[in-house]
Design a protein around this ligand. Structure first.
Ligand SMILES: [Zn+2]
Length: 339
């Protein structure tokens, strides 16, 4: 029997962006929208808890984002890790099955949307390049090692001296392989807090048995560097050098910082730039809640969108505490005709 491995590393972001009309809409916050739909995610697995208990809710939220105009939906695997599932009593096989399930749920939502809701279904293949239909990608989310630790270190990027490049590669390797083979179009490395993890992802993508395109997305809390204090341009340059990386950008960062960060990234890459800021509220890791005072309304958020596009971003969406309403507003600003 011949073994076939899926090779999605030849995915073309420029073709996708052309089909999407030059600019694409990323979905909004997944975990926070699951919470808005009633899920209790106060758990080290965060949104991945729903893979075990409420997959239908994940499908609904993906579908809500597609109905709001998203071109890219991001799977519920941000905090889904083999080690995390194993520590909850799942076997290695069951843990891998849950990872695959995150991608399958997103693919199901895309299928349902294309059959039931899309005004003009996307058929890909022979119809590629024809106008008047919305291309949709499934991105498999990979959150950082800090997200797995669930101790707030995805927002400090401080893993301590004991964590080496090899440890990070070993932590992510099988997870990325499983997600890559589950049918996603690309991997979304999200909320990447430091340079060492950026390097780990880049080296993993060069390995023979990982064949998928990826985007690298960083977070910042000062509008200049990534959250650890490492240089954003150093991190973006690592991403730029990696052939499998098809877009580079920023997520889960307050909207007010985004413009400057786009300009920094643009200095070191010609690859497409993606941004999906959070609502501007900040997460208090100790109290485990969002602090609302500096939040940006959906109206305010979308007033930034044209500015971000003019600065060079071509994939725009939202992260934590943004919702299908935010995505609908972004789609309208970007003139998506089918929303
Ligand atoms: Zn976020």
């Amino acid at each position: 029997m011949m073994l076939r491995t899926t090779d999605r590393s030849s995915f073309s972001m420029s073709e996708f962006l052309r089909d999407a009309g030059g600019c694409a809409v990323i979905d909004g916050g997944l975990a926070t929208e699951l919470e808005a739909n009633g899920a209790d995610l106060n758990d080290p697995l965060w949104s991945a808890k729903c893979l075990i208990h409420s997959p239908e809710l994940i499908r609904k939220v993906h579908l809500d984002y597609l109905k709001a105009g998203a071109n890219i939906i991001t799977s519920a695997s941000y905090q889904a890790t083999i080690r995390g599932f194993e520590s909850r009593g799942f076997s290695r096989e069951e843990s891998e099955r849950l990872l695959r399930k995150s991608v399958e749920i997103a693919c199901e939502a895309r299928d349902i949307f294309q059959k039931q809701y899309a005004k003009v279904p996307y058929s890909g293949g022979e119809n590629k390049g024809t106008s008047n239909r919305r291309p949709i990608l499934v991105a498999a989310s990979v959150g950082s090692y800090g997200a797995y630790l669930a101790d707030g270190s995805e927002y400090s990027g401080d893993y301590g001296k004991a964590i080496t490049l090899e440890i990070l590669k070993d932590f992510h390797r099988r997870r990325v392989q499983v997600l890559a083979e589950a049918g996603a179009d690309l991997i979304a490395f999200e909320t990447t807090p430091n340079k060492i993890e950026t390097q780990a992802y880049a080296e993993l993508l060069e390995e023979d048995n990982i064949n998928i395109a990826a985007w690298f997305s960083f977070n910042s809390k000062d509008g200049v560097n990534v959250v650890s204090g490492d240089s954003l341009t150093d991190c973006a340059s690592i991403a730029d050098s990696c052939k499998k990386v098809v877009a580079i950008g920023i997520n889960c960062t307050p909207p007010r910082y985004i413009h400057n960060l786009i300009l920094s990234i643009k200095k070191v890459t010609d690859k497409p730039i993606l941004i999906y800021p959070n609502s501007g509220e900040s997460y208090d890791g100790e109290r485990k809640e969002w602090v609302a005072s500096t939040g940006v309304s959906d109206e305010d958020f979308v007033t930034y969108v044209n500015k971000w596009r003019d600065a060079g971003a071509s994939l725009i969406g939202g992260c934590c505490r943004t919702s299908p309403r935010t995505i609908k507003a972004i789609s309208r600003v970007l003139n998506k005709s089918d929303v």
